[in-house]
Design a protein around this ligand. Structure first.
Ligand code: HEM
Length: 479
């Protein structure tokens, strides 16, 4: 009655695509399949429909234009076990979703996030100092940047040393997030518990039970501290303090349900924002080490705006004059997404698209690898080319493939873009990033290898990060 399901590779009559479902390289495999079968693919996993969208057209048509029926989420058993099912990212579409979405979105508008600029600027300066002192530890320094920025933006808590108590809880949270995000795409399906033994086992059940208390440490202790600081009049402006002050004003401060939602939303800033921003900044460093020419063009632009040398460090006010720095940020998002298959959506009703039947309850994935190479949108897609977003080429920024679609689009995208942009501008202003050298002094280009999970980041790699000039070194030393 609804027409045929979208095409896909041949399926086993009983197991469906279970054996064909790629165990790694999901994005690349789906992309290859899409060239053969079309941009909308259908897979059957234990009788459950999985639809993979491989073009901007399909993603926009379904997730944006028909968002009224594509804004639900499937269940996420591993994360439910952790007690995270009441976090926005995992919430089913409905009134609770609306409440959490409002809480997240309100302070994080394009204009609203400007209040966090001093925190991002200060922490980016600490990042520069750390990179100068021990450049080979860039991964840890970037981790510290995202942790400190998230803690201060969410709770107004300033990290002043590595022994900071909240930083330690945050570090533990980071480990949990990284470990849990190793759940493969297949483990996200409720049918995962029926998977045969050759699939990764139910390791996450034990792991989740052991670590579920952490999120409450993260949610409760800083929350109480901000309440105390507000009472004493010493609270720094933060996501949480701004919301609590608003609630005081509209008389909802004693509404237990609203307070519980706010506590969860604050902890969620962490689980949703820190890992993704860290991964994306590592992807930037990898891209920079592999594409020094592309970076030199952005560095020339920085010198023109800041004065040669550079004469000073960039500020947020400079960013409007730095289209190539934005180009590097956009190319980083396009080069590899920290969420290569986005976060799964769920179809809330039967639908027909281009004569194809999309069944109700189908899990709908967006394949960022394919969108990054969409011939209708990007020319010469394998080339890392920050200039593609400027006139006369004016290719569109990879907002959808980076931050998602429709009513579930990432509410932290303006905050994330601000962090990415100020770090990329500051790092490129003072450092050259180059491939590591082998024993014979030859360049060793870092390989393009990423971890395979819900979130994804580069496998450990080496590169050289060194000051661009004596003036650049002094600028960082004098911070
Ligand atoms: C570079 C950094 C980031 C990237 C690449 C990223 C990407 C994404 C993507 C692809 C989605 C899925 C959208 C969809 O379902 O269509 C998402 C959702 C989400 N992101 Fe981000 N994000 C980043 C940073 C942040 C930050 C800093 C926050 C903190 C406020 C945040 C909060 C969220 C939340 C709460 C959701 C779930 C929204 C919902 O289900 O309605 N993200 N993000």
């Amino acid at each position: 009655k609804h027409g045929n399901l979208p095409p896909g590779p041949p399926a086993d009559p009983i197991l469906g695509h279970l054996r064909t479902f790629p165990r790694d390289n999901h994005g690349k495999t789906f992309y290859e399949w899409s060239k053969q079968y079309g941009d909308v693919l259908h897979l059957n996993i234990f009788g459950k429909s999985v639809v993979v969208l491989n073009s901007h057209e399909a993603a926009n048509d379904l997730l944006d234009k028909r968002s009224a029926i594509y804004s639900d989420r499937p269940d996420f058993p591993p994360f439910n076990l952790l007690g995270w099912d009441n976090m926005l990212v995992f919430l089913r579409y409905g009134p609770e979703f609306q409440l959490h979405r409002r809480l997240m979105q309100q302070p994080l508008t394009r204009e609203g996030v400007a209040v966090f600029r001093p925190v991002q600027t200060q922490q980016s300066h600490i990042l520069l100092q750390n990179l100068l002192a021990s450049p080979e530890e860039f991964e840890a320094h970037i981790r510290r940047f995202t942790s400190a920025v998230t803690l201060e933006m969410t709770y107004g808590h300033k990290v002043t040393s590595d022994d900071d108590a909240y930083l330690q809880v945050a570090d533990q949270m980071n480990v949990v997030i990284t470990t849990m995000s190793k759940c493969s795409t297949l483990e996200l399906f409720p049918s995962a518990k029926h998977l045969p033994a050759w699939f990764p086992g139910a390791w996450f059940v034990r792991y989740a039970n052991k670590h579920r208390h952490l999120i409450w440490d993260m949610a409760s202790k800083p929350f109480q501290q901000v309440e105390r600081e507000l009472a004493a009049g010493t609270a720094q402006p933060s996501f949480l303090s701004m919301h609590l002050e608003d609630m005081e004003r509209d008389g909802t401060r004693n509404d237990a349900e609203a307070i519980a939602a706010l506590k969860t939303a604050s902890a969620h800033m962490w689980t949703a924002g820190a890992e993704t921003t860290w991964s994306t900044l590592l992807i930037f460093i990898l891209a920079a080490a592999r594409n020094p020419e592309a970076m030199r063009a952005a560095q020339a632009e920085l010198d023109a705006v800041l004065g040669p040398g550079p004469a000073r460090l960039p500020t947020f006010e400079d960013l409007d004059d730095l289209p190539l720095v934005w180009g590097v940020v956009y190319e980083t998002l396009r080069f590899h997404s920290a969420l290569p298959l986005g976060i799964p959506h769920r179809a809330m009703a039967d639908d027909v698209y281009r004569d194809m039947h999309i069944p109700r309850d189908a899990t709908v994935l967006v394949n960022a690898t394919a969108l990054a190479r969409d011939p209708a949108v990007y020319s010469d897609p394998e080339r890392f080319w920050p200039g593609r977003y400027q006139a006369p080429h004016s290719e569109p920024p990879p907002t959808g493939l980076g931050f998602g679609f429709g009513r579930r689009v990432c509410p932290g995208r303006h905050l994330a873009e601000a962090s990415l942009c100020i770090v990329v501008a500051s790092v490129l202003a003072v450092f050259d990033i180059a491939p590591a050298k082998d024993a014979q002094g030859r360049d060793v280009l870092p390989e393009v290898r990423f971890t395979e999970a819900i979130t994804s980041h580069p496998e450990p790699f080496k590169c050289r990060i060194s000051p661009r000039s004596e003036q650049a070194r002094r600028l960082v030393e004098d911070l």
